[in-house]
Ligand binder design. Structure first.
Ligand code: HEM
Ligand code: SF4
Ligand code: SF4
Length: 538
């Protein structure tokens, strides 16, 4: 076999250090994800639902917080005793809610951190995809401020420690008339007004966090914000078990006549607090702001060489909206028709949002290689890898196939098949392959079988590519793979670049199946072989 055809012309450059860091992390995630897929099934893999789980945990924290607020006394004197009442006599409802509130918040810190690392390892944050990453950074701050103000409200020894250190940190800025820390030195200085401000902050900041979460997902279509029910039930059961096993408790009432020396820290929310004392406030601010700025700048480190955005060809667009429905990045919208054709609308691409995944090209009803036209065009095309070139590449790659198991591989460049050579045409996404292309290859006898190779099932680089491809092949989504396509001559492999072993094994198994089919003969398709080959060679 020979003749691999390259796919995406805009492949990203990366700095060696970042590339190695990503590859190392990706390997770790790959092992974890495969384990999770085996344990839960690909659809329930919690790592693939990690953003949705963060949303779910937010709602648990919000609902448990509202419940606690009913019993909470906001005065400085009564705050501690009301929390004790919640955890003591009323442990079986309010106490459990308090534990839910604390542990769900802690878990949210973990899910957000894992989510950040996962998106980084998958390189899903650069170029046009900067928006979700960039808007994710303030969410970390809002999450932490929400948690820290929460610890403050309990007004126990830990709260006193949090208050003192936070005041030290804030006092480096001249925003308050007098040093905040003074409030926490003697009981006379602590005012109820200040305490009310904290209560307000503990409600307002999570609301800002929620607004930020909403903004965060604005540039992606069909974001997963709700985990599957079974996964949600498992999380709730785990939180309940931990809440009963180790209920959240206070650490003795705050006492401003004493300096808190030994307190148990929440290492999810307060890991940096001990540093404030040893490093000093300025150094800690430097660390926190420095890391945030560096993270926020990462989408442009190094600048991403963008592949040209998809383009609409009006004479081939009938306004069917399939491309709009399939684009994972909200990059297409329907606008009133401008060319006088009898269709009310036409597709329009926002080049700033397009990541050039080609999924829209695979969705368009005009993307059919069967058309007998010199200049093959479709309703929406990728200038970097247009349909006409795809057809040529497919014909050229299959011309090099020999033997009784001629297999053409149509591979996503982000999956295991992306590194394959010989009889391979690569694409930025498996869903860029229009189902009619498979029909074309098989009905014209260009190959004995077609293997479509994409990313691993729960880690699609383009979010929805694997799902759309499966649905199209199953006849559950337009454009369908036609019934006449012999299914025994089509195989799919969903494997990450680290699953070469499995990829090769499944490919070999498919080749072996094809060899048995060849004994039966490919049927009428064979008649076409010579003709199309001649076309390709001519
Ligand atoms: C409260 C915290 C956060 C929540 C609730 C959250 C939630 C989500 C959700 C639901 C999605 C859509 C997932 C999908 O359907 O494919 C998403 C995407 C994303 N998030 Fe977050 N996220 C949070 C924080 C962060 C942070 C801190 C970062 C990194 C700095 C980040 C980076 C991203 C990126 C890069 C994507 C999408 C990339 C893409 O496929 O184009 N997120 N997030
Ligand atoms: S899928 Fe094709 S025909 Fe349908 S609206 Fe999009 S560009 Fe037009
Ligand atoms: S190539 Fe098409 S589907 Fe992909 S982001 Fe651009 S407009 Fe959307």
């Amino acid at each position: 076999m020979s003749g691999a055809a390259a796919g995406n012309k805009g492949r990203a450059k990366d700095w060696p250090l970042l590339r190695h860091a990503k590859a190392g992390l990706r390997r770790v995630f790959d092992v974890l994800e495969r384990g999770a897929e085996r344990l839960f099934s690909p659809a329930l893999n919690p790592l693939a639902q990690i953003g949705a789980l963060s949303f779910f945990l937010f709602w648990i924290v919000a609902v448990s917080g509202i419940y606690l607020f009913i019993f909470f006394d906001t005065g400085i004197v009564d705050a501690y005793s009301s929390v004790e009442w919640i955890s003591g006599p009323h442990w079986y409802h309010a106490g459990v809610m308090r534990s839910f509130h604390r542990y769900a918040s802690d878990l949210m810190v973990v899910t957000v951190a894992v989510h950040l690392l996962r998106e980084f390892s998958l390189d899903r944050y650069r170029g046009t995809r900067w928006f979700s990453w960039f808007t994710g950074i303030p969410l970390i701050w809002f999450l932490y401020i929400s948690g820290i103000t929460g610890y403050w409200l309990v007004w126990d020894m830990l709260a006193q420690y949090v208050a003192l250190v936070s005041a030290k940190l804030l006092d480096v800025f001249p925003i308050f008339g007098e040093p905040l820390a003074r409030n926490f030195l003697t009981p006379e200085h602590l005012s109820s007004r200040f305490f009310s401000l904290l209560v307000f902050l503990h409600i307002a900041v999570p609301l800002i966090l929620l607004l930020g979460m909403w903004i965060h997902i604005q540039r992606i279509s069909r974001p997963k914000v709700n985990p599957p029910r079974l996964l949600a039930a498992l999380i709730l059961a785990a939180l309940l078990a931990v809440s009963l096993w180790k209920p959240a408790v206070s650490q003795g009432p705050a006492d401003l006549t004493r300096v808190p020396v030994e307190v148990g820290l929440d290492w999810f929310f307060l890991p940096l607090y001990p540093l404030a004392e040893s490093w000093g406030a300025w150094s800690l601010w430097g660390l926190m702001v420095g890391v945030s700025v560096m993270l926020a700048a990462m989408p442009w480190l190094p600048p991403f060489r963008r592949a040209p955005a998809a383009e609409v060809d009006l004479p081939n667009c009938n306004g069917c909206t399939r491309c709009v429905q399939d684009c994972p990045y909200e990059a297409i919208r329907m606008v009133p028709r401008t060319d006088g054709e009898p269709f009310p609308r036409q597709a329009e691409v926002d080049a700033d949002l397009c990541v050039a995944c080609g999924i829209c090209m695979g969705a368009c009803p005009s993307s059919t290689p069967f058309r007998h036209v010199e200049d093959l065009k479709t309703g929406i095309d990728l200038p970097g890898q247009p349909l006409s070139e795809v057809r040529e590449d497919v014909i050229a790659a299959s011309a090099g196939l020999t033997g009784d198991r001629r297999m053409l591989v149509l591979a996503c460049e982000h999956g295991a098949g992306g590194g394959d050579v010989g009889g391979v045409v690569t694409f930025p996404c498996a869903a860029m392959v229009p189902p009619s292309l498979i029909d074309f290859v098989l009905s014209k006898g260009l190959a004995d079988g077609v293997l479509v190779a994409g990313c691993s099932e729960s880690t699609c680089y383009n979010r929805l590519g694997v799902e759309w491809t499966k649905q199209r092949f199953a006849g559950a989504r337009d454009p369908y793979l036609r019934k006449r396509v012999p299914r025994e001559r089509l195989a799919t492999i969903w494997a990450s670049p680290f699953e070469n072993g499995r990829y090769e094994a499944e490919k070999e198994a498919f080749a072996a199946r094809l060899a048995t089919l060849d004994a039966v003969g490919p049927g009428p398709a064979a008649e076409e072989k010579g003709k199309v080959r001649q076309e390709a060679e001519g």
